[in-house]
Design a protein around this ligand. Structure first.
Ligand SMILES: [Zn+2]
Length: 332
């Protein structure tokens, strides 16, 4: 089968011929139909393996099942939950899989979806409802990732500030609106993202940090929630400088380039806000909610796809994903 491989120390992904995987006990063989790629997918930081097939967000058709598979049959259209629990730790044994001590991420720790076939444990599959197309279905795991940062105790009427540099960031701000926030100040690092935001009275948008701070000050409201979605230390600083006392900050990307004078702990102590990694929903539950969300048509997924390619266009895909915020659908 054809598969894309990224290797440690080699910037360029390659298309290579690999053997079709054979499903073991409890596993399902899937013929991949669509993969949704974000810039992160081809630019995996700190690759744990020498090489891996990238791709976290995929849909496909079941073409084979290993021994003991009970819930899936040949011909089923499925979407894959990209967080795979180990199945061997004390949490996995006691049905508390979300606390698994050794979870693996598809496309990083184990081979992902940018290949003609992939094998996955049936525990990680969700049947796609007929109302959701296989193209749309690729958004279910992406939304599921984003839903991790929606607070457990979300109540309508809250105010949020968010820093973004990606289309996923824009989609997240839509999830905030759907969750009932009434004032949302968005700072974006790229002009391009402006075009993906629908006009909405609940949104204030800027690409300037000084304008962002004045918007927060002028709003004169309690800023309850802050979301840092870029991984840039100076933007985390921007969020924590503007969050109100008693507010909650979510760090949604691994932070780098922290300004020297910036001490997060000191900031927390003096300004009394809380830092949270995410909510307590299991990835299975988030996959379910994402599916429901698509069924409500609250989100038109097509608005967010910037390019559609086939696997043969790999070099174009790579160059687009490294140049600008993009969300690329790859059709097989
Ligand atoms: Zn485990």
């Amino acid at each position: 089968m054809k598969a894309v491989i990224i290797s440690r120390g080699n910037e360029d992904p390659q298309i290579r011929e690999l053997p079709v995987p054979v499903p073991d006990k409890g596993e399902v063989l899937i013929q991949v139909k669509h993969v949704l790629l974000t810039p992160e997918d081809l630019n995996v930081k700190e690759l744990p393996l020498d090489e891996v097939v990238p791709g976290r967000f995929l849909t496909g058709e079941v073409v084979g099942t290993g021994h003991g598979v009970i819930n899936f049959n040949t011909g089923d259209t499925v979407v894959v939950n990209p967080i795979l629990n180990c199945g061997n730790c004390s949490y996995c044994y006691t049905q508390k899989e979300d606390l698994c001590s050794d979870p693996k991420i598809l496309g990083k720790d184990i081979d992902g979806g940018l290949a003609e076939y992939i094998k996955v444990s049936e525990k990680n599959l969700v049947k796609l409802p007929l109302e959701i197309s296989p193209q749309q279905g690729t958004f279910i795991p992406l939304l599921s990732d984003l839903l991790y940062f929606i607070p457990d105790s979300m109540t309508p009427g809250l105010t949020s500030i968010t820093t973004i540099n990606s289309i996923e960031g824009v989609i997240f701000t839509r999830l905030l609106l759907i969750s009932g926030t009434i004032r949302n100040i968005i700072f974006s690092t790229s002009q391009r993202l402006r075009t993906f935001l629908k006009p909405d009275l609940r949104i204030m948008y800027t690409e300037e940090t000084s304008a962002f701070s004045s918007m927060c000050a002028e709003l004169g409201e309690h800023i309850d929630l802050g979301f840092e979605f870029t991984g840039d230390g100076s933007l985390l600083k921007l969020i924590t400088k503007n969050i109100s006392r008693g507010g909650t900050v979510y760090i949604c990307k691994t932070v780098r380039d922290i300004p020297q004078e910036y001490n997060l702990l000191e900031e927390i102590n003096s300004r009394m806000f809380v830092i949270k990694p995410g909510n307590f929903l299991s990835s299975q539950k988030r996959m379910k909610y994402s599916t429901k969300l698509l069924l409500t048509h609250a989100l038109n997924t097509e608005d967010f796809i910037t390019h559609v390619f086939s696997l043969e266009d790999l070099q174009k895909i790579k160059s687009i994903l490294t140049k600008e915020p993009a969300l690329t659908l790859v059709n097989f």
